[in-house]
Write a protein of this length. Sequence first.
Length: 157
Amino acid sequence: MKLNKLFFVGLASVALMAAGCAKHEVSTDGATTKHAAATHSVKSMASKPASSSVYFAFDSADLDAAGSATLDGYAAWLNDHGAVTVTIEGNCDQRGSREYNLALGQQRADSVKAYLVARGVSASHIDTVSFGEERAACSGTGEACWAQNRHADIVSR
């Protein structure tokens, strides 16, 4: 008997879930169209780009092709979500003085900001900060590790 009750409760739950995803008629400007409930606002539900980090060559704040591609996707997302503000965090590997790395991290953050602004993102929605070598992603030595630390991260607020 308990098994039958569980079966019917489960069946009722599935039926309610299916009814929640049923198609609805939406009228806009006198025209009637059918939309799935799950697609009410695809634009507002769109997720941020997969990557929010841009990597740099040694002693450089110049963007490469991969960085530009990442920022193109992020610029499009930010332009579609105009209320979002971000902070760009510039980072360096541990080579160089603390002061030099803070300056280079700021140049990297500013480079990313300039790229986004050139693609229509409001400069007032972007802050920049440099962490220099203080927030290392990799604490080891060698080029493979250092390359992970030469980056700028885009952080949504």
